[in-house]
Design a protein around this ligand. Structure first.
Ligand code: NIG
Ligand code: FE
Length: 411
């Protein structure tokens, strides 16, 4: 079981527990969503950036050659976390807006009056690519320290050719998975959303399709209608991109049906999704990405996560990290919200931000599990039981993050 090692081997030994989503199916749904295999007194052996073996310490053969060791005594290993929905490409902040919201202003009204997303667009356009790169790397490092070893990053705060393409380049250069959120909002230099989309599809999409893996659209009052989103998604699909949607955040306009119509990878938010939408999603292969930090931050209703999971929908959870609706980079905190607000068991929350999130990013064959052949991405929790991931509210429990077989961060 330890054959084939060479230079660059890393052994994490004497772990209190190793916890990984069971099985090999992705996405995990129904009963499988909550099936996590736990091994007490465990090890993980990595080589060449991949996991080559894992199991109980009693099964560990004597290792020969040079092996770097990490002492896992008192720690629990889980797969490196996968954040499948973030908006890290921005400059400036929205702390003023946050203070106004604390005093009663609503996110929708700030957006409608030219604040919100468009205020971040102004700040982001005012910087250059080097500043944007530094910001994305800073945000990536915050995520890494919270246990995220794979992140998706959306553009969407440029909404002009130069800043949108720069955003996609910076995500890729920071090691992330770039998504073109070309349809986030219509910027003020266009007469209306139709005119903006015509420009975006003609002038930005051809190059965006080379840089990004997926396209995303915000279907919402004050953003884009279902009909506008349909045109945009069709063009993006024809250009070879996978599809994602922001849908049912405030109003149920038909984003779930549209996601199913296009065979999108995911439809994200779903705070306003009703029973019919739940059933439609459960009968489809589209993943429902739940963003409880955003609902909490905006004091909005939580998405119907339990109903979705019980109906057999494939669900993932993500941070939605962004400066306006969710200034939160922590998937462990999102797991706490998943258990306390979405009523997902800790095991369901873990699967939702590992295997299922990896599936949304088209990486379920190599991310999200502790199993031979998978990327050697691990989070070591300073806890006696892996479920402290969700239990320790805002806790300082990330001891070490291993990424592609190397210690990327340790406390
Ligand atoms: O997913 N809803 C649209 N987009 C982001 C928020 C962007 C912002 O407020 O800057 C979201 O919540
Ligand atoms: Fe978002």
């Amino acid at each position: 079981m330890t054959e084939g090692r060479g230079a660059g081997a890393l052994l994490v030994r004497d772990l209190a527990q190793l916890a990984t989503p069971s099985g090999a199916e992705a996405p995990a749904r129904g009963k499988a969503l909550g099936e996590v295999e736990v091994i007490e007194r465990a090890f993980v052996l990595c080589e060449g950036g991949r996991i080559v073996a894992s199991g109980a310490m009693s099964q560990l053969d004597t290792l020969e050659g040079e092996v770097e060791e990490v002492d896992g005594t008192g720690l629990c290993a889980i797969p490196g976390l996968v954040d499948c929905h973030t908006h890290p490409c921005f400059l400036g902040d929205r702390v003023e807006e946050f203070a106004l919201r604390a005093g009663g202003a609503t996110y929708e009204k700030l957006h409608a009056s030219g604040g919100g997303i468009l205020s971040t667009v102004r700040a982001t356009r005012a910087g250059d690519e080097a500043e944007l790169q530094a910001a994305v790397e800073r945000h990536r490092d915050w995520m890494l320290r919270a246990g995220t070893t794979t992140f998706e990053g959306k553009s969407g705060y440029g909404l002009d050719r130069q800043t949108e393409l720069a955003s996609l380049r910076t995500v890729a250069a920071a090691g992330g998975v770039p998504t073109w959120l070309g349809a986030h909002a219509a910027p003020p230099e266009f007469d209306d959303a139709d005119a903006y989309l015509e420009f975006a599809v003609a002038e930005v999409l051809p190059e965006a399709a080379r840089l990004a893996e997926a396209a995303d659209v915000f279907v919402e009052e004050g953003a884009f209608t279902v009909e506008q989103a349909r045109r945009y998604l069709a063009a993006c699909r024809d250009a070879g991109l996978e599809l994602r949607l922001h849908g049912d955040q405030f109003n149920e306009l038909g984003a779930v049906d549209l996601a199913v119509e296009f065979g999108a990878r995911s439809v994200d938010h779903l705070e306003a999704t009703g029973e019919v939408g739940v059933r439609t999603l459960a009968e489809s292969d589209v993943v429902g990405v739940l963003l409880p930090a955003s609902a909490l931050f905006l004091d909005r209703p939580m998405p119907p996560a339990r109903a979705l999971a019980d109906a057999g929908a494939a669900v993932a959870v993500a941070t939605d990290f962004n400066p306006g609706s969710a200034f939160c980079e922590s998937l462990p905190l999102v797991c706490t919200l998943a258990s306390t607000q979405l009523h997902l068991a800790p095991a369901e929350a873990l699967t939702a931000c590992t295997v299922n999130a990896a599936h949304v990013l088209g990486r379920a064959d190599r991310c999200g599990r502790i199993a031979p052949g998978f990327d050697a991405d691990l989070v070591l929790l300073d806890a006696p039981d892996w479920r402290h991931l969700a239990y320790h509210l805002g806790g300082d429990l990330i001891a070490t993050v291993i990424q592609r077989g190397r210690v990327a961060w340790t406390c």
